[in-house]
Design a protein around this ligand. Structure first.
Ligand code: ADP
Length: 393
């Protein structure tokens, strides 16, 4: 019997939904309701390969979108066994997925102070879906849970320790379901147990993170207290001098919220290129000699290479370096430029394999004489959420 699971990812203005076969990862239905609460709210989905568009009312709410999603799901004829909910912040309480009950809902709400936009939207999604599907197990799968194995030396900031004890100020890490998927896939590809698999995985999408995983356990990761630290991202700055937000507030006469907006939404690839946050646009422009695009790609790859090199310290038993996410899976230019920094470590690309690795293809992209194999593996966060939720059915 198929074990089909509804996967919901409720964001502040969107709901992504899917029906995933927990055993095979196959997605019978995928869709997204976007611009919720705005004039141009819309919903589109793909069912067994056919694309459909559904009109939503102006300023449609999450509840309205979930009602429409429920009716789409009921027309598929699928009998789901569980609902898996992506939840961004699980603090230190959740080291794995949890069956939703009142205490779990309360904890998600408590952690909303650390991820206000995300956790409250996640919570709203769970509560609405519970009303729509009262008889199914609802399972919260946390972005942060995979990183609860980080050692103190990796998760603590060098701040007064009382800030950690009293306010939970520490590195939490995000994109955990993606890095976990990459770890599991690499164990299978390398034909070894997860507990003996050690990788550095780079998830490069609109948000970007790199993780150090030693013998199946995360030991470091680049996203920190919030999803702003670390790599250069689409519109997020990643690492900067911590004195800058205060300095910018004074210099520009802006509020803390305005500076946060600048660092989260106007920086990264977009800020440097002064053109776009989209890697495809930047690659095209770079080919035409656009200086901003060339510089943004250079900064992106240099920062990434420094992180990967740094994490080699954290993973002495390293088996492989892995690229994933929209950019990691598709951009041979980003992979080539990043790995170019490792020539003197003896890591050499097979250019043909690198160029061929895109659009869902996975495999090794290094030459046979490379000192370290590098892989491209398409991520599948929905499958991780579905399989974790299925264990509670
Ligand atoms: P999200 O973090 O929102 O899930 P994705 O993982 O889909 O994002 O990644 C989006 C990024 O992937 C964008 O910067 C996009 O330009 C980039 N991308 C997608 N396809 C390609 C491609 N063929 N070449 C280069 N970049 C690509």
């Amino acid at each position: 019997m198929k074990k089909e699971v509804i996967v919901l990812n409720c964001g502040s203005s969107s709901v992504k939904f899917a029906i995933i076969d927990a055993q095979t990862g196959e997605a019978g239905l995928t869709g997204i309701a976007e611009s919720l609460g705005n004039k141009n709210a819309s919903l589109s989905y793909k069912l067994n390969g056919h694309k459909e568009q559904v009109a939503l009312s102006e300023n449609a709410s999450h509840s309205e979108a979930l009602n429409v999603i429920q009716s789409i799901i009921s027309r598929t004829g699928v009998t789901p066994i569980a609902i898996g909910h992506r939840v961004v912040h699980g603090g230190e309480k959740f080291t794995q997925a949890a069956l939703v009950d009142d205490s779990v809902l309360k904890a998600i709400e408590d952690y909303a102070s650390m991820a206000p936009l995300h956790n409250m939207a996640n919570l709203k999604g769970i509560v609405t879906a519970q009303q729509a599907y009262p008889d199914l197990p609802h399972v919260a799968v946390f972005d942060t849970a995979f990183f609860q194995t980080l050692p103190e030396k990796a998760y603590l900031y060098a701040l007064p320790k009382s800030l950690y004890r009293e306010h939970g100020i520490r590195r939490y890490g995000f994109h955990g379901t993606s890095h976990k998927f990459i770890l599991d896939s690499m164990a299978t590809m390398l034909n070894q147990r997860i507990e003996e698999t050690s990788i550095i995985s780079a998830h490069l999408g609109n948000g970007c993170s790199v993780s150090a995983i030693e013998n199946g356990r995360a030991v470091d990761t680049s996203l920190g207290f919030s999803p702003l630290e670390g790599l250069v991202m689409g519109t997020r700055c990643g690492d900067i001098d911590p004195s800058l937000p205060g300095t910018l507030q004074k210099k520009l006469g802006k509020s803390a919220d305005e500076i946060s907006d600048l660092l989260n939404k106007q920086s990264g690839l977009l800020g440097i290129s002064e053109l776009s946050n989209d890697c495809r646009t930047l690659e095209d422009a770079a080919q035409q000699g656009h200086e901003g695009a060339l510089l943004a790609i250079e900064l992106f790859c240099y920062r990434l290479a420094k992180y990967i090199a740094g994490y080699m310290v954290a993973v002495p038993t390293l088996n492989a370096i892995v690229f994933t996410g929209g950019i990691g899976e598709n951009s041979s230019l980003i992979r080539q430029t990043t790995l170019g920094y490792f020539a003197h470590f003896g890591i050499t690309l097979d250019e043909q394999k690198n160029d061929a690795a895109r659009f869902g293809h996975s495999g090794q992209i290094t030459a046979t004489n490379s000192t370290m194999p590098v892989y491209v593996v398409p991520t599948n966060e929905e499958w991780v959420i579905a399989s974790e939720a299925a264990t509670f059915a």
